[in-house]
Design a protein around this ligand. Structure first.
Ligand SMILES: C[S@@+](CC[C@H](N)C(=O)[O-])C[C@H]1O[C@@H](n2cnc3c(N)ncnc32)[C@H](O)[C@@H]1O
Length: 255
């Protein structure tokens, strides 16, 4: 059984939150998509140079998480990166800008069958299509099924960076992790939003206690869990270690 390390991010060589934020602001100065996203995460309002405008409402990740995503996207060594949940497209904008800045070919696929009520996010999606062309693909399918298809049709270990922020129910997020693991390279990262929520924290606890092939950073970045795949899964067929399940019920009030 592994214990959480309070300094796992630095053990992985990831800079401090202050440095990550500085790098995010530099990216925002050099790339319009990142600039619009950082401004929107700070003000709650998205706008671009051509006059598109949308309010983010409650769909806002912490800036520190956006900074971590930008860093990992910049260091992603596979063409393919994956996001579960488009929402208002802010994390997508930061990831796409960072991948573009890294200067290698990339294929960022975002799995989301629904979109938000009232077509919120549609203008951001048009903006990202204008900015990134075919390097940005929105797949309108449930992530659990879309990733199963990708696992079946792409070579194993085809991605080293996957961000999960879709259906927050335990069975869905567990399936997202299970499928993402089938696609993820050894050395690659899975980042999960809303890590304080008990359903997500239950996934973190499961991985910590049962998946020796992963190292875990829990809440070092606000509301964020990061899982790093460090080896192949070599459990026996009947392996199971009991693990603590958070007992919080009113989970939307914990953030
Ligand atoms: C919190 S939002 C994502 C926010 C996004 N990271 C951002 O920066 O704006 C969650 C999204 O997950 C999507 N979603 C819900 N269930 C899903 C599923 N089964 N597969 C993929 N996406 C799903 C919703 O449609 C919604 O757009």
């Amino acid at each position: 059984m592994k214990l959480f390390s309070k300094r796992m991010l630095s053990r992985w060589g990831i800079p401090s939150s202050a440095k990550l934020l500085k790098q995010l602001h530099q990216l925002a100065h050099s790339h319009e998509a990142a600039g619009c996203a950082v401004n929107a995460l700070q003000t709650g309002e998205f706008s671009d140079q051509s006059g598109r405008h949308e309010s983010l409402g409650i769909v806002r990740v912490p800036l520190e998480q956006a900074a971590l995503l930008a860093y990992l996207a910049n260091h992603c060594d596979s063409d393919l990166s994956i996001e579960v949940g488009f929402g208002m497209g802010m994390t997508a904008a930061v990831i796409l800008a960072s991948r573009a800045q890294a200067g290698r070919m990339f294929d960022h696929r975002i799995l989301d069958p629904f979109g938000l009520p009232g077509n919120a996010g549609n203008q951001v999606q048009d903006f990202l299509t204008d900015q990134f062309g075919t390097s940005f693909r929105r797949v309108r399918k449930h992530s659990q099924f879309a990733m199963a298809e990708m696992a079946a049709t792409t070579p194993p270990s085809s991605s080293s960076f996957i961000h999960i922020d879709g259906d927050h129910r335990f069975d869905s997020v567990f399936t997202d992790f299970f499928m993402a693991d089938r696609i993820l390279k050894v050395g690659g990262f899975i980042v999960v939003d809303d890590a304080k929520f008990p359903a997500i924290d239950t996934l973190t606890q499961f991985i910590t206690h049962n998946r020796c092939d992963y190292e875990v950073s829990r809440l070092e970045i606000p509301n964020t869990a990061v899982y790093r795949k460090v080896s192949k899964d070599q459990r026996s067929w009947d392996h199971f270690t009991p693990f603590p399940v958070p007992q919080t019920q009113n989970w939307t009030s914990v953030v």
